[in-house]
Write a protein that binds this ligand. Structure first.
Ligand code: UD1
Ligand code: CA
Length: 487
């Protein structure tokens, strides 16, 4: 086990102007978490004694978000963005005097993994370093701080692009901005920073040079997984990192026994769980706290958020939010399941059906063209095509209860509040406003009346009239034949 760090400091005070957004950069999302949410999650897995996020631009929004998703994480305010070194100073001011390892990461580097941070800490401790930096070798290192090494390969320091001479600019090993420091080395280095550089900022990178100057070892962990060091500066990078993160997520699930027919069109949040032998067809998005049971089949073309799907269920072309779909149930195509939908085992919600706060019992079916809201439906119920549960009277919502093995005929309206007893029937086309007792048939519609000769009188000469005449003529002939054969 890796030693737990004394603190992780996540820098997230920068403005992110290139996002061109009224939302602070680190609150933009990918794969079910904000940028800073990913950074915090990776840090939390290290179980540091202290985890603090340095906030500046949009601090109220960012701090509120962190309080929401990670209540144990603290924030430190950096009023003015005077540089990365200054940001870490602001964080340390809010913490008690630390001993041990202090890790620094960025709030806009979402793919950095806990494993990489662990490897960084392990190397830092194993080599007895005062500071260890995560680096990568890039074909195009422009913009980044360069890692300057001595002839023996030891890290001498970091030089920012804007401060670099031509020889230094040719170095392609870059500073990721992610470090493990010995707390004392960090404190001592920060206290010596100056703004004597091209940008007039307090550079955190200078701490490494001071450490070496003081005779401490400075190390580097070179990663060949460059994605893990990449930050988001604009929305093009956000999309690229999202695609790569999604590739990693889908790959992990396929290795865990999930069939993903088309990973490129399947988007899965980091917070989703899938069982063995699940099949995910093309065009599926699984978000939030969604969990899919063993052997279930999802898609094509479905979006599920915070939805639980039971083992062996089948969900086709469906939009579901906050729903629970029972084992071996079937949903879709073209179904809209809203919050509070609970479909029982082997139940069915079929085509063009919308449900909300609807508990639908075991084996019960709402197969075609219905709205079911604020309703409790028992087991073995059949809701006929086109049935509407009218839950809203224009002011309030009301509850409907439908008992076990009830049969509701097609095109009925159940006007809430209303209760259908176990084992009752509703005749097709009824508008039901009062309760039924067990075994009753409710018929709530006008009796049919046929008016003979209406078409001939009111629509003479039309195709309908002609069809009626032909049918009547055939009927007369048939009747004559029947009479003939009777004799
Ligand atoms: C910094 C490093 C550079 C490295 C690069 C990697 C320094 C001096 N330079 O560059 O060597 O290659 O990161 O991306 O450290 N931030 C604050 N407060 C500040 C300044 C920055 O919180 O006052 C945060 C930003 O929100 C961002 C991170 O620190 O998350 C890095 O800031 P940025 O300006 O992008 O880094 P550079 O200084 O360009
Ligand atoms: Ca940057």
């Amino acid at each position: 086990m890796t030693q737990r760090p004394a603190a992780v400091v996540v820098l997230a005070a920068g403005e992110g102007t290139r996002m061109k957004s009224s939302t602070p950069k680190v609150l933009h999302e990918l794969a079910g978490r904000t940028l800073v949410g990913h950074a915090v999650a990776a840090a939390q897995s290290l179980e540091p004694d202290h985890l603090t996020v340095v906030v500046g631009h949009g601090r109220d929004q960012v701090a509120a978000h962190i309080a929401d998703v990670a209540p144990t994480v603290t924030t430190a305010v950096q009023e003015e963005q005077l540089g990365t070194g200054h940001a870490v100073q602001c964080a340390l001011e809010t913490l008690p005097e630390l001993t041990g390892v202090v890790v620094v990461t960025y709030g806009d580097v979402p793919l950095l993994s806990t494993d990489t941070l662990r490897a960084l800490i392990e190397q830092h401790l194993a080599d007895g370093n005062g500071a260890t930096v995560l680096t990568a070798e890039l074909d195009d290192p422009s913009g980044y701080g360069r890692i300057v090494r001595g002839d023996d390969g030891a890290v001498h320091g970091i030089v920012e692009h804007k401060d670099a001479d031509d020889a230094t600019l040719r170095i392609n090993e870059i500073n990721s901005g992610i470090y493990a420091f010995d707390a004392e080395v960090l404190r001592a280095g920060l206290s010596r920073l100056t703004t004597d550089n091209a940008q007039g900022e307090l550079y955190l990178t200078d701490v490494l040079g001071f450490a070496r100057g003081d005779g401490r070892r400075v190390g580097a962990l070179v990663t060949d997984d460059v994605w893990q060091t990449e930050g988001v500066n604009d929305r093009v990078q956000l999309a690229a990192l999202h695609r790569e993160l999604n590739r990693r997520i889908t790959t992990r699930w396929m290795r865990a026994g999930v069939t993903i027919v088309d990973p490129a069109t399947t988007w899965i949040d980091v917070t989703v769980t899938l069982g063995r032998d699940v099949t995910v067809r093309p065009g599926v998005q699984l978000h939030g706290a969604t969990s899919i049971g063993e052997g279930a089949q999802i898609g094509p073309d479905s979006t599920l958020r915070d939805t639980t799907v039971g083992p062996g269920a089948e969900v086709v072309r469906t939009h579901a939010i906050g729903a629970e779909i029972g084992a071996r149930a079937t949903v879709g195509p073209f179904s809209y399941l809203r919050a509070g939908t609970r479909l029982g085992e082997k139940g069915k919600i079929g085509g063009f059906v919308e449900t909300k706060k609807a508990e639908i019992g075991e084996g019960s079916k709402v197969p075609h063209l219905s709205y079911v809201g604020d309703a409790t439906i028992g087991d073995g119920v059949n809701i006929g095509a086109g049935t509407i549960v009218a839950n809203y009277d224009g002011v309030d919502k009301h509850q409907t209860t439908i008992g076990d093995h009830t049969f509701v005929g097609s095109d009925s309206v159940l006007v809430a509040p209303v209760e259908l007893a176990d084992g009752s029937y509703v005749a097709a086309g009824s508008t039901v406003t009062s309760r039924t007792e067990p075994g009753e048939l409710a018929v709530a519609r006008a009796r049919q009346r046929n008016i003979p000769g209406w078409v001939e009188r009111k629509r003479p000469g039309t195709a309908t009239d002609e069809a009626a005449r032909r049918a009547n003529a055939r009927q007369t002939k048939d009747d004559a034949r029947v009479e003939g054969s009777d004799q």
